[in-house]
Every structure is written in structure tokens, then in C-alpha cells.
Write a protein that binds this ligand. Sequence first.
Ligand code: OFO
Length: 168
Amino acid sequence: RLSPTLTQALNEQMTNEAHNAQIYLSYASWAADKGYDGISNFLFRHANEERNHMMKFLEYILKRGSKVVVSAIPAPGPDPVSVYDCFEKVFQSEVENTGKIYRIVEMSMAEKDWATWNFMQWFVKEQTEEETLALDLLSKIKVAGGPNANADALYVLDVDLKKTPDDA
Ligand code: OFO
């Protein structure tokens, strides 16, 4: 069984992942509204990934015989003001999430709960991939002019993102 502290931390992380899904959903809708179909598609697909992450936490808590607590998901916050701002915010929220994942890794280590430690390694790897992807996109937009990226450059990025492969 999970300790009460880890149960709470894992439940909170389950909600964090749901919150991240809401963030991607809101940015995807913003991009669709602006006519960036490729970017929107990419963000919608990523929202699904975050939901899958949420489910991984939920299933793990259940599997360990502990109690799942489904709680309210905080609102995603304001819309981005540009494509650059959108990916800057995506990157920031991934960095924040990495910090939260690492905290649970530390807690499981302190408790010598090696099953949870092992379970969390998937997320450690996933966060590195997500941060790298977001950084990659950010630098592409920076090359194109950052906050002042022109329409042609954003069009290329939009087409590009339609084809970007999904991961988990
Ligand atoms: Fe759940 O990986 Fe992003 O946040």
C-alpha cells in the first residue's frame, strides 16, 4: 500500500495532469480560432496525452490499493497573445510539471517505496521529451522572429506541426 503522504501526492499529480490537459485544450481552441489548424491539431493531440498521464496516475493509485480522489480541475488561465507566447507558456508549464514529478521521485526515494520510484521513471523520461519538444518549437519560432514572427514563417510551422508524430 501507498503511504498517506504518497497517496496524497499522487492524487494531486493526477489533478495536475488533468490541469495540463485543460491548458492544452484551451490553447488548441485559441489556435483553431486564429486559423492555425496544424498548431491546434498538435495541441489537441497533446491534450490527449495529458489525459493519458492523468489516467496512468489514477490506475497506479488503484493498483496499489489506495484511494483515488477525483477533485476540481483549476481553470487553464488566460489565452496566449501570440504563437510565440503560446509555446513559451507551454514550455513553462512543462518545466513546472517536471519539478512536481521530481518531488514525487524524491518522496518515494525517502520512503524507500521502490515501486513508486520505478513507476515515476516513465514520467521523468516523458518530461525530458516534452521539454525538448517545446524548446525545439520555441527556437523555430525565435528564428522566425519570436513575438514578431511573420505570417509566412508561422504558416510553415503550422504545416509542420500537422505532421509532427505523437509520442505517449
Ligand atoms: Fe504530463 O506531461 Fe506534460 O505536463
